[in-house]
Write a protein that binds this ligand. Structure first.
Ligand code: ZN
Ligand code: ZN
Length: 409
């Protein structure tokens, strides 16, 4: 028995007056999800705990049965792992932007004009750099994004960032956030690194070319989201499942990689609201031949939520639904458990995440069906799964896979 786990980011929502009081998921025409809901078990999921609003990072840890209160140290490590940096336990990892500062040292653009090309060449200029015996690793991601790692003894993640999160201001000064030599050393290393980086980037050939073309130079690094790389449980060892991660966003790939999943790399997997969903679910379907457990993440739902675009969110859910025909019992060879949920609610009226629980459906060929016939917030509350916590759902799915993890004799 195999498991397909589909997470639609920010799926849950609140009633939309223009939809006659239905949520985008309820309003959307989703015959395939409805079929799986009617043949399966339904519930409303408190991803971390009732009343707790998850970030996408902590939410995914919880969905994979890893307690974020115990293991989450900040977003940096997951972003770094997602970009592909080989991180080690104890490294201090940061999210980083290539940015533009003017000659007065004021931030002109936090994303260096959304630089498209060449940041990997810029990152190469830092190869082999050490400061105070600390190794510096910089890796470029997509567009302006990058990840930074400090590796060596006596470091701490208790440091402030230099990103003021607005343009027209000077970058902030790194400060230790704890009264420890480690925090002070880390702030010192970062300060010295950013100064060196500015000189290196100012002299970079690529930036001269950009200026000639009238583009903003990527001449500064904004550094944020520090976290000490934690040792996470290995998913494959924990559950004895060969797992694959089908995701486009660096964060999701990073969570998967840190839990020991095989990351499927394919340029068609990323794109948020413009992702080629047909390609994404083709890839997920293929992965099910070689892997026992395939985690598939779609981001568009959350992106539309942050923009308050409820119509587009509903349409995007319909697009996802159209791709799910291949996983219906009549179209799929071999026994398959399908679990579909969100990592949190993102009500379009909030334009942000909320603590509202998210609908979840779990279908398996011989599960105890409940009376729920459609996939949606107000239907799910009637389902047989009740209101489980995120950390419980892997166990529930494993039980459907007949992989019994017995507690007691
Ligand atoms: Zn999310
Ligand atoms: Zn979000």
């Amino acid at each position: 028995m195999k498991l397909l786990f589909i997470v639609m980011d920010g799926l849950g929502d609140r009633p939309i007056p223009e939809f006659g009081g239905q949520t985008p998921l309820e309003y959307a025409k989703t015959p395939n999800m409805d079929k799986l809901a009617s043949l399966g078990m339904n519930g409303l999921l408190h991803v971390i705990a009732p009343g707790v609003t998850p970030g996408s990072d902590t939410a995914h840890l919880a969905l994979f049965g890893v307690d974020p209160h115990e293991y989450y140290t900040g977003r940096g490590p997951f972003e770094a792992a997602g970009i592909g940096l080989m991180i080690k336990e104890g490294d201090i990892a940061f999210r980083t932007n290539f940015a533009t500062v003017n000659s007065e040292g004021v931030i002109e653009d936090r994303r260096a004009g959304r630089i498209k090309k060449g940041t990997e060449h810029l990152a190469k200029l830092f190869e082999g750099m050490t400061i105070d015996g600390i190794e510096i690793l910089l890796e470029a991601g997509t567009e302006h994004r990058a990840a930074l790692i400090l590796r060596g003894p006596g470091l701490s993640d208790q440091v402030s960032e230099n990103d003021p999160h607005v343009e027209g201001k000077e970058p902030l000064v790194f400060k230790p956030l704890a009264d420890t030599p480690e925090a002070e050393k880390t702030a010192r290393v970062l300060t010295s690194f950013v100064m060196k980086a500015r000189t290196i980037l100012n002299n970079a050939e690529l930036n001269r070319e950009r200026e000639k073309e009238g583009l903003l130079p990527a001449n500064f690094l904004l550094i944020r989201g520090p976290g000490k790389v934690p040792k996470l449980p290995n998913f494959e060892e924990e559950y004895c499942l060969k797992t694959a991660c089908v995701a486009g966003g660096g964060l999701y790939k990073g969570v998967g990689r840190m839990l020991g999943m095989h990351i499927i790399e394919d340029p068609r997997l990323s794109g948020g609201t413009t992702t080629d969903l047909s390609a994404k679910f083709d890839i997920a379907q293929d992965a099910l031949t070689n892997y026992d457990f395939v985690f598939t993440h779609v981001k568009g739902t959350d992106n539309y939520s942050h923009d308050g675009k409820y119509k587009e969110k509903a349409e995007f859910i319909e697009k996802v639904d159209r791709e799910l025909y291949r996983f219906l019992p009549e179209n799929h060879e071999g026994d398959l458990v399908v679990m579909i949920t969100g990592d949190h609610s993102s009500p379009c009226s909030f334009k942000d995440h909320s603590a509202d629980p998210v609908p979840i459906l779990i279908y398996s060929p011989d599960c105890r069906r409940d009376k729920v016939e459609k996939f949606g917030e107000s239907y799910a509350v009637e389902g047989s799964l009740g209101q489980p916590l995120g950390k419980h759902i892997m166990g529930i799915a494993l039980n459907e896979m007949r992989m019994v993890h017995k507690f007691g004799a």
